[in-house]
Unconditional design. Structure first.
Ligand SMILES: [Zn+2]
Length: 69
């Protein structure tokens, strides 16, 4: 669960009434992506939520050129 610092959110974002990424209010963002540091739910649009995904686990092997060529 992501925790967003309320200091970086506006009032609507903090209350889950606007997208935490793009600040869109209507339609109401569909996804709850985390909580604010005031522990209210924080929302984002589906497409914006993709930007919030935590980075991939660096230990996961990635497809690509083999290192032992
Ligand atoms: Zn958005």
């Amino acid at each position: 669960m992501l925790v967003f610092d309320s200091a970086h959110l506006n009032r609507l974002q903090e209350d889950g009434l606007a997208c935490v990424v793009c600040d869109k209010r209507f339609p109401l963002p569909a996804l709850t992506v985390g909580v604010s540091s005031a522990s209210s739910p924080v929302r984002a649009c589906e497409e914006c939520a993709l930007l919030l995904e935590p980075p991939a686990d660096p230990t996961t092997p990635r497809p690509g050129p083999s290192p032992d060529r």
